[in-house]
Design a binder for this molecule. Structure first.
Ligand code: SF4
Length: 986
């Protein structure tokens, strides 16, 4: 879908919209004497542009020899991975004399098989982007001025120390990045720990935190269970809240292959998306009504006896209670009332799920970003458990993550409630990492404001603005937040933009570390209310290198790790994130501690920790989720030999690495975690979680024993006969520790050295890996035990998922029946409103003033907050305009025409000036806006507030300038998918 006819003759052609003018201006500013044809020739981007237009089309495979046509210099091909989404498409970058001249998709990659979407096809321009932030800058009298790195580091760290002295370490907040490599994300969590705080977070909070919490609490690990590739083995796929054709385009290659062999595809969405266009069955539900829909399907499953009774008996706890609730509460009439789907279609979909097995379910932010997100994802899990679909090839919950390394950054990065590997922030976990980091636990403890703050989960990124704006006596830490680091994060991807602007103005310190200035730069420079502005505020922009200017690993959504080679040296004055972390640590007095275990290298004459060394530290410490077997050597060998891995299974049937002699036989591509034990154990990785049909040393498994062994007299362990293939214990069992090993007589299977390390330890804290080795290799069991999945999660506010209407809704009748949860105090250090706000909104009759449901989502051309992709000329040309999709009835009632300007107004006072796209894609109760835009603010262009020459080419209103308050009751996920608005003709 394109809103306007695109210019093919830039610059100089006849523009088809005002935005072509702005595009032309952007291009000509960067390339004053080059026409588009010259630019294509000189940039080597002809291949990319062709791909962008065709999106999933393939191109001729080019090799280094053909690349020599570009010039006569030294040509090298460096293998990297697209940084724009979690699919993990591999790209070969052709570099001539240190200059990245062209790129080719990797045909051998089992993930993308030579396919790239528009974003992946234009990676080179991201690396070489003309609109990048080139130098450190400081905001002086409303304008950004260039400063040196030394000045920037000195001034920022001096300010940090001043804030620390006056208000404690928790007064500074670190927003990390899902664009960081695993090594950088891990190092940032270590950095913040040494600073003495848990006040850190990253994008996963606002994309899949509800998934991580909901799924982990159901069966063990908070991740996608299967893989994009494994969807080729599905017989039915239910997409709910996922527009994969735009958000994860190359994943559709696997789905379309599955369709060719008979897989049925069902798409459930309030909007008829590009993904829906490929569906065998499209179901339109009311935004936010996922639980009535999912439990409505379960009603038909139970009503017809279609549930997998043996599977439920052997492997699921609490399904009886769910069944009783579903049969009483989600009868077809109630389902239709709540989600708008008639009984006949519900039965049809349930029948498709029953008749086609195995079946998978796919969800993304359409399901996660709600005040009830944790419950929605659990309802999806419960449906799959009832059908016996989890732990099977072709089944599972295929939960597509967003950013390229959001999975890895969640696994080992800056989370406010856990250390790397989800170890928690209790004393035992801190001691485990103190040992891994080679520092004294007592020293780390002293860095914190108090021992209590060391084990108190920090504020989430979704609420940092309240950490600034909330009354101090309502906050569960001493000081309000006074300093913020935006380290690779887009502010416009967060809700409540108007309040965020106020919070930014009140800060003492705001630091952006990013390859692009990001919308933060413009928002910070834009004048706000004079009474909000802190006269002592200091704002800095620091140029970070992209992932193409360093090395490191990234974890794709399917849990496979891939290693990126360095394509080019850091451009201009940019520095790698891990170098910047080290330089800050040096100034703050803990540089030596931060890099104690690492060799250092020189990059452009400056010291930088070697990424491989950081990965080795991860390998030595993160036993919980099996990040221990993926040594740099194994990952690099996989990247060099992608051809040996099968596309449908990801498994290598054989093959050896020429360089090292490494034998791939049995490995799964990218050693998807858990890859337990040391690298020497040669665990192959786990392609499909909880799969009992395989031996644990072939990636098999079962559900995790993470919730005790018994509840109210009922065993939580798996039943007799339910275990992974070949396990010595053929019934359920708890997780392993030194005591259980001794009781079973397995202790003597450890070597003497392993015994010394494993004494007093469990499978997560034994740093020799001996316990994992003996349990898996000698006895075929799973280190984390063998238990039932939980359909009832007794430690969550709603033990069985409950439908609750959004805080801002258009249906007061349903809000009366399905009210919001009770308000909470000191929840992630902040008071959080639910019912009281919903009641107030109903009393104020906001649904009359704002009668339309406002929802948001992704476009294929852009990613995340969008600044880097909207700064890419080839992507900018494809999508030049922020828009709102409006149903023809809504448009006609308001006198709005297709292509006309409208104001979208919301209860926050937000007013967005955007273009109208009149379409039947949305129903008359709903409007849709993409969330990648920024750079315009309630009708005004913010161009003047970006650093000169470092603005995005395409600027548009950020939908989140208008979004409202609302957070998930478990994780603080923000509500972006269901709020309310009105439309006026502009
Ligand atoms: Fe592949 Fe995603 Fe990059 Fe597109 S954005 S090329 S689907 S990794």
């Amino acid at each position: 879908m394109l809103l306007t006819r695109k210019s093919g003759t830039l610059p100089g052609g006849t523009p088809s919209s005002p935005f072509v003018h702005s595009l032309r201006r952007g291009l000509s500013a960067a390339l004053p004497t080059m026409d588009r044809r010259s630019f294509l020739r000189r940039s080597g981007l002809g291949v990319g542009v062709g791909l962008a237009a065709g999106q999933l089309s393939l191109v001729r495979k080019a090799d280094a020899a053909s690349a020599t046509a570009v010039g006569t210099g030294k040509v090298e091909v460096r293998r990297t991975v697209c940084t724009h989404c979690s699919v993990g498409c591999a790209v070969d970058a052709v570099v001539e004399n240190g200059v990245w001249v062209r790129q080719n998709p990797v045909f051998d990659s089992p993930i993308n098989m030579g396919g790239l979407c528009a974003k992946g096809a234009s990676l080179r321009e991201h690396g070489h982007g003309e609109y990048r932030l080139r130098y450190p800058m400081k905001l002086v009298n409303g304008k950004y001025q260039r400063i040196s790195w030394d000045v920037a580091l000195n001034e920022i760290t001096a300010k940090m120390m001043e804030l620390r002295k006056a208000s404690g370490p928790d007064s500074v907040y670190f927003v990390g990045s899902s664009k960081h490599s695993n090594e950088q994300a891990y190092l940032l969590r270590k950095f913040v720990s040494f600073w003495g705080s848990n006040n850190c977070d990253h994008q996963a909070r606002i994309c899949h935190s509800t998934t991580v919490a909901g799924v982990a609490n159901t069966w063990g690990y908070g991740a996608m269970t299967n893989s994009y590739n494994d969807m080729q083995n599905s017989k039915v796929a239910l997409y709910i809240g996922s527009n994969a054709a735009e958000a994860h385009p190359v994943s559709m290659v696997h789905m379309l292959h599955a369709k060719e062999t008979g897989c049925k595809m069902i798409v459930v969405d309030p909007r008829f998306t590009r993904t829906a266009a490929k569906a065998d069955e499209y179901v339109r539900i009311r935004s936010g009504s996922d639980i009535p829909f999912l439990f409505g399907l379960l009603y038909h499953v139970f009503n017809n006896g279609w549930e997998d009774k043996k599977y439920i008996h052997d492997r699921v706890y609490g399904m009886d209670a769910v069944k009783a609730e579903v049969m009483a509460k989600w009868t077809p009439d109630k389902v239709e009332e709540a989600c708008g789907v008639k009984e006949a279609q519900m039965l049809k979909v349930a029948t498709m799920l029953h008749e086609n097995s195995p079946g998978t379910i796919v969800w993304c932010m359409g399901q996660t970003q709600h005040t009830t997100g944790n419950a929605m994802v659990r309802a999806s899990c419960i449906l799959q458990l009832a059908l016996g679909n989890v732990g099977k090839s072709g089944g599972g919950t295929n939960i597509f993550r967003g950013h390229d390394n959001v999975q890895g950054a969640t696994d080992v990065g800056p989370n406010p409630d856990s250390l790397p590997g989800y170890y928690g922030i209790v004393e035992g976990a801190w001691k485990h990492f103190a040992k891994a980091w080679g520092v004294d636990f007592e020293w780390i403890k002293k860095q914190f404001a108090s021992p209590a703050m060391m084990s108190k989960p920090g504020i989430t990124v979704s609420r940092w603005i309240d950490g600034v704006l909330e009354k101090n006596d309502l906050i569960d830490q001493d000081s309000n937040l006074r300093g913020i680091f935006y380290w690779g994060h887009a502010p416009n991807s967060q809700t409540r933009g108007l309040e965020m602007k106020r919070a930014m103005d009140k800060l003492d310190l705001l630091v952006v570390v990013d390859p692009y200035p990001s919308a933060t730069a413009a928002m910070a420079a834009m004048p706000g209310k004079p009474e909000d502005l802190n006269p002592n505020r200091a704002v800095y922009l620091l140029p970070a290198a992209t992932q193409f200017e360093t090395t490191g690993s990234a974890t794709a959504s399917n849990r496979s790790l891939q290693w990126r080679e360095k394509v080019i040296e850091p451009l201009w004055d940019s520095r790698s994130d891990h170098m910047i972390m080290y330089q800050f640590a040096e100034k703050l007095g803990f540089g030596k501690e931060l890099v104690k275990n690492y060799k250092m290298q020189k990059v452009k004459g400056l010291d930088e920790p070697v990424p491989e060394e950081i990965l080795r530290e991860i390998n030595r410490s993160v036993w919980t989720i099996g990040y221990t077997g993926q040594s740099p050597e194994r990952l690099k060998a996989h990247m060099r030999n992608m051809n040996v891995f099968d596309v449908k299974t990801l498994k290598a049937k054989g093959g050896k690495d020429k360089e090292t002699g490494y034998d791939f036989t049995g490995d799964y591509f990218g050693l998807p975690w858990p890859c337990y034990g040391t690298a020497e154990l040669k665990h192959p990785g786990s392609p499909n979680l909880y799969d009992t049909s395989k031996h644990v040393m072939d990636g098999g498994g079962n559900f995790r024993a993470n919730f005790g062994v018994e509840r109210e007299g009922v065993s939580l362990l798996a039943e007799d006969g339910s275990c992974s293939l070949g396990a010595d214990i053929t019934t359920g069992y708890p997780e392993f520790d030194h005591i259980l090993l001794k009781k079973l007589g397995w202790w003597n299977d450890l070597t003497d050295a392993e015994k010394a390390a494993a004494e007093g330890k469990n499978w997560k804290t034994d740093m020799s890996g001996g316990i994992q080795r003996v349990v898996m290799k000698v006895h075929g069991c799973h280190p984390f035990g063998n238990a039932k999945a939980r359909a009832v999660v007794w430690n969550f506010p709603d033990q069985i998922p409950q439908h609750r209407e959004p805080l801002y809704g258009t249906r007061p009748d349903l809000a009366a029946k399905y009210p919001a949860a009770a308000d909470r105090k000191a929840f992630w250090r902040l008071p959080t409103l639910f019912k009281s706000l919903q009641d107030k909104n109903l009393a104020d009759k906001l649904y009359e003033k704002f009668p339309l449901i406002m929802t948001s989502g992704r476009l294929v051309e852009y990613e995340g907050g969008g600044e880097e992709t909207r700064s890419n000329p080839w992507l900018a040309e494809l999508q030049q305009e922020m828009f709102v999709e409006i149903n023809p009835k809504v448009a006609a009632d308001r006198g709005v025409v297709n292509g006309g300007r409208v104001w979208v107004t919301t209860p926050t006072g937000g007013r967005l000036n955007v273009q109208a796209l009149v379409t039947e894609r949305v129903g008359p109760d709903t409007v849709f806006l993409p969330f990648h835009f920024s750079g315009r603010w309630q009708g005004a262009d913010l161009l003047a507030y970006y650093p000169a020459g470092a603005h995005p080419i395409v600027r548009g209103e950020a939908v989140n300038t208008g979004t409202t308050y609302g957070y998930d009751a478990v994780t603080m996920m923000q509500e972006t998918k269901t709020t309310i608005c009105n439309i006026e003709k502009a």
